[in-house]
Design a protein around this ligand. Sequence first.
Ligand code: ADP
Ligand code: MG
Length: 239
Amino acid sequence: MTAGVRLTNVKKSFGAADVIHDVSMEIPKGDFAVFVGPSGCGKSTLLRMIAGLEDTSGGRIEIEGDDVTDEEAADRGVAMVFQNYALYPHLSVFENMAFSLRLARAPKATVKEKVEEAARILQLTDHLDKKPSALSGGQRQRVAIGRAIVREPKVFLFDEPLSNLDAELRVAMRLELARLHRQIGATMIYVTHDQVEAMTLADDIFVLKSGVVQQAGTPLSLYDDPDNRFVAGFIGSPS
Ligand code: ADP
Ligand code: MG
């Protein structure tokens, strides 16, 4: 079966600092994968390499069987959702979501159709004419997700998208993301330092420490059978 995302011996150095050591992994198509680990362990760097926002220092990245290691970000069929939303304050919700389609010179009717469909999925239909400043934090986060959805990517990449939200909203958004994944069925990779988020969202968890995958598996398998004390401590099981 073709993997959604396959990494083979991926490495990254910044000058003399080896940040990602030798990461190989296979994420099944349609999987909700979570990279979890403490701050500075290399989660964002790994995600940015998959997105094509950062060159690799070695290794290969494949998306649905295509070697994209040397492809531009825009040609990879991936879409990244950032922590800080990165919305255009002067544009409406509709135009924020339409932005990448307009850049790609999509026909007007297509833009309308795709934005309205994304708005329906994200329950933003009543907010399309508003500016981001008129929205709540959760709604802004949904717009950021909507900008990714309209591009119909093979892989969604989320870098700690909920870390700016308060605890209550985080829980609500977690449920929304799970629903979104069920509805869209695309491969999703979600980065977080929050164990609870990882355990509740993931089909498969990859635990990172210092640029090395310590263990990969389902939440239950990591909890029941951690390979080492780091994983046990991080996932929160007693061994
Ligand atoms: P995480 O997302 O897990 O917190 P990062 O991937 O952001 O970790 O960072 C991993 C390591 O790489 C950190 O030590 C960080 O300081 C370093 N790093 C990240 N980006 C750069 C960069 N552009 N230049 C130099 N060092 C970087
Ligand atoms: Mg990070």
